[in-house]
Design a protein around this ligand. Structure first.
Ligand code: ADP
Length: 827
């Protein structure tokens, strides 16, 4: 800036100096030119006057001569007079001529016989004088004697009659030289004259004399322009270029004053010229002096302006500094006011943590009353000891990394009250030293609010966690954001079932991130209705999967959660496990169905029983009546008695079954354990049923797998026997070909019995129900064989009473194998 001012002022001064220098120089030059022009004019006028006077002088001489009677008459005396005159004035008058009235030369002195009698009436000036009878001056002409001549003719009258002319022939060159040679201005000034025809009459360049100026000056248009003016008889001053040689490089600027010299009938034009160069060179010393003066003025001005600018800059700078200082003061005040009025504590520490500046708010936050109490002290002094290490670490970080954000610590006052504060700090470099600017906010209120919130949350959480229901919350993006333990537990079975990690953290995830797509879509469809459509789902029964992949039932309610403006922000779901209730319901339903069926069965039983009892009873009564009333052969009687006996046995069996069932029903069934040799029992069963099997032409055999001493067990013999009998009876009963085989083998703690046949088999749907009372296989094949459907239910009750289980394997048409177990309690 300073440099710029400096350059501008130097350039400015230089321009002024150059301008003034040029101005003064030009003024001086003009004065000089004016002076020269003045001289030129005087010289020219002088010369003009001299010419006119000269011609006037000769005119008056001629006037005198023209009145001389001897000359008028032109006698001898006249001629002698003229000859004498010529001799006297020979320096000025080269010849005297007398013409007659017709322009013919009648006399000339000095004598020139060749010209006597010559007719010159055609010459321009002669034409004029012959016509006007007024004196005339001839053009300049080359005299025979080899000089430039001019003639003055004067009229001669005899008795008032024109009698010719008398003329002086003058050496014009001589005349002009005598007049014009004197005109010398400086070194280069000279006079120059042309005739009215443009012929150079006088010129310092000898060769030019007598030549047309239009030829000698044809290379110089300004000169010719001046010549134009001169030929018109004008007077004036002008500049033109001219060189004495033909070399245009040597052209010189000339200044000329020109004016006409009028002599009688003709005029000549005279120019006095002067070289401008001479003026310029005459100004050299003036110019040099001027240059020195202006150089001094310039340098002096530079010197002065240097100090001027310096002073100006200093003033300007000090003004700027003052403004800046004022602005700084104002901004500092503003900043101080802001800092003091803000509710944030503000402090500046040096890099060791010592307070350099702080606002009142900060002072109070630290438990003090005035800045001076904490000035220079280390902040660590009032940081709670529990937070001190963290605080120091963060401040170190602030110095190295540049800032610390949202550091929450506690300030400990002298009176042991504690204030939680949040610190935001920045490091800064000033004058090469590091400082920390710290903004400190009292967050007691926030803590309190947070604490209240935390408590409320914890209360809510406790409540949610301890509710007997599953609770979960999803946000608008269908992400689970809260779930209590019951809900999480209820999901475990699901996750396990789908081969997922049952302990997976589902918080923050959508169902699509937790479950397989199909399952997730099903959940999503319901959730969408709640979150997007605002529907409420209440007590919707949903099937679920329990931890053992078992079926569970959940009662699910889903309700949208709205914010204060009523906008839905998510949903809350509540689930209750109603598996037990559901089971009870099912059981109840089944029990009811069972009761109803049992009712139906009992009716069927009564129908059956009346049929089953009536059939043998009718046989007994019928045949006994027959035997009573008629005499039959012994054979026939025995046959009838056999039928009666069989019917009696059948009846007994039916009644036994009924009694057994009644006993079981009444819960009166008791075990009577004794030592039983299973091998013997198997053997006796064979004996018992062999005949039956043989009757039906089917193979019948048994297998034992224990040695006799191992086969001795403690069990209820009668019941075991009855169970086996029952199964063997059925096997033989429902088998038409093939075999029936039975036996046992030990199986761990148990003895496992079996009865296998190749009979009609049992369809799978009956595998369970045939153990129920009064249940029979409802098929054509089965119905052929009769029976009340009590045997297997009694069998099952006996097996279970003995501590075992009964089941079967069967393929319809291929036979059946019944298995049952009893504890292998060795005797
Ligand atoms: P019932 O006294 O009618 O034989 P059970 O309780 O002994 O009654 O048998 C019930 C039903 O089970 C029979 O009616 C029969 O249909 C079927 N059943 C039992 N054992 C066999 C078997 N070994 N092969 C085919 N069906 C059988």
């Amino acid at each position: 800036m300073r440099r710029l001012y400096w350059i501008i002022s130097v350039v400015f001064l230089l321009l002024i100096c150059v301008y003034l220098f040029n101005y003064f120089y030009q003024v001086e030059k003009q004065l000089k030119i004016n002076e020269i022009v003045g001289h030129q004019r005087i010289h020219a006028k002088q010369a003009s006057k001299s010419f006119i006077q000269l011609f006037d002088k000769w005119n008056s001489v001629l006037s005198y001569l023209s009145n001389d009677s001897n000359i008028v008459a032109f006698n001898k005396t006249g001629a002698t007079e003229l000859e004498r005159l010529t001799r006297i004035l020979k320096d000025e008058i080269k010849a005297i001529t007398r013409t007659d009235k017709n322009g013919r030369i009648i006399f000339t002195t000095p004598a020139n016989p060749s010209s006597l009698g010559a007719d010159i009436s055609r010459q321009k000036h002669m034409v004029k004088i012959l016509a006007t009878h007024e004196p005339v001056v001839s053009e300049v002409f080359d005299a025979v004697q080899g000089y430039k001549a001019v003639a003055i003719h004067y009229p001669v009258f005899r008795n008032r009659d024109f009698a010719g002319t008398i003329a002086f022939v003058l050496d014009f060159e001589e005349i002009t030289r005598s007049i014009l040679d004197d005109i010398k201005i400086g070194k280069s000034g000279y006079a120059w004259m042309i005739s009215s025809e443009g012929i150079e009459l006088y010129c310092p360049i000898k060769e030019h004399i007598g030549k047309s100026v239009f030829q000698t000056g044809k290379a110089y248009p300004e000169l010719l322009h001046m010549v134009g003016d001169m030929l018109m008889g004008k007077e004036g001053t002008t500049f033109y270029y001219f060189s004495k040689t033909a070399n245009p490089a040597k052209n010189e600027l000339k200044i000329a004053h020109y004016l006409p010299i009028r002599v009688k009938n003709t005029f000549w034009s005279l120019a006095v010229t002067f070289s401008v160069n001479e003026i310029t060179s005459s100004l050299v010393s003036f110019r040099n002096r001027l240059m020195v003066i202006f150089s001094i003025i310039f340098l002096g001005s530079i010197y002065l302006s240097y100090f001027g600018i310096k002073a100006w800059i200093i003033v300007k700078e000090s003004q700027l500094r003052e403004i800046a200082e004022k602005e700084l003061r104002e901004s500092e005040e503003k900043y101080r006011t802001v800092i003091e009025t803000t509710d944030t504590g503000y402090a500046i520490m040096d890099e060791n943590g010592r307070i350099v500046d702080a606002n009142m708010n900060y002072v109070q936050m630290t438990g003090h009353k005035a800045m001076k109490e904490i000035n220079g002290r280390n902040v660590a002094e009032w940081v709670s000891s529990k937070d001190l290490e963290r605080y120091n670490a963060h401040m170190e970080l602030c110095i190295t990394k540049g800032n610390v954000q949202n550091l929450e610590i506690e300030y400990q006052h002298k009176n042991s009250s504690k204030i939680p504060v949040e610190i935001n700090a920045h490091s800064l470099l000033s004058d090469g030293r590091k400082y920390i600017i710290m903004l400190c906010r009292d967050i007691t209120d926030r803590y309190r609010t947070q604490e209240t919130l935390r408590k409320e949350r914890s209360l809510l959480r406790t409540l949610i966690d301890n509710l007997p229901s599953g609770v979960f919350v999803k946000d608008k993006e269908f992400k689970t954001i809260l779930a209590n333990k019951i809900h999480l537990d209820s999901l475990k079975g699901h996750l396990k079932y789908y081969g997922m990690d049952s302990e997976m953290d589902i918080i923050g995830k959508t169902d699509f991130e937790i479950f397989p797509k199909e399952q997730a879509e099903a959940f999503y469809e319901d959730d969408r209705k709640v979150i997007e459509e605002g529907n409420v789902i209440l007590n919707q029964e949903e099937e679920g999967i329990g931890p053992e992949s078992n079926q569970i039932w959940l009662l699910v309610s889903k309700v949208p959660i709205r914010d204060l403006s009523g906008e839905i922000i998510g949903m809350v779901g509540v689930t209750n496990d109603i598996t037990q209730r559901k089971k009870a319901e099912v059981e109840l339903k089944e029990a009811k169905e069972r009761a109803e069926q049992s009712d139906r069965l009992k009716t069927a039983f009564l129908n059956n029983i009346s049929h089953e009892i009536r059939t043998p009873l009718n046989a007994i009564i019928g045949f006994t009546d027959l035997l009573k009333e008629q005499e039959f052969s012994k054979e026939k009687s025995l046959y009838y008695i056999d039928i009666i006996n069989q019917s009696g046995n059948q009846l007994l069996m039916i009644i036994t079954d009924i009694i057994n069932i009644a006993t079981i029903e009444a819960g009166q069934l008791k075990l009577k354990p004794s030592n039983v040799n299973v091998n013997s029992m198997v053997q006796s069963l064979f004996n018992q049923h062999k005949a039956n099997a043989e009757n039906k032409k089917i193979q019948f055999y048994y297998e034992t797998s224990l040695k006799d001493d191992e086969a001795l067990v403690v069990t209820d013999f009668t019941k075991l026997l009855e169970v086996m009998s029952n199964l063997i009876n059925n096997a033989i009963k429902f088998t038409e070909a093939g075999f029936v085989r039975y036996g046992y083998k030990p199986n761990g703690q148990m003895l496992q019995f079996y009865v296998e046949d190749t009979g009609i088999g049992i369809q799978p749907e009956y595998h369970q129900t045939i153990f129920d009372r009064f249940h029979r296989v409802d098929s054509y094949l089965a119905s052929k064989y009769g029976g009340m459907g009590l045997g297997l239910s009694i069998t099952k009750a006996y097996v279970e009473l003995m501590g075992g289980k009964i089941w079967l394997n069967s393929q319809p048409g291929n036979g059946t194998t019944f298995y049952f177990t009893i504890p292998y309690t060795r005797a």
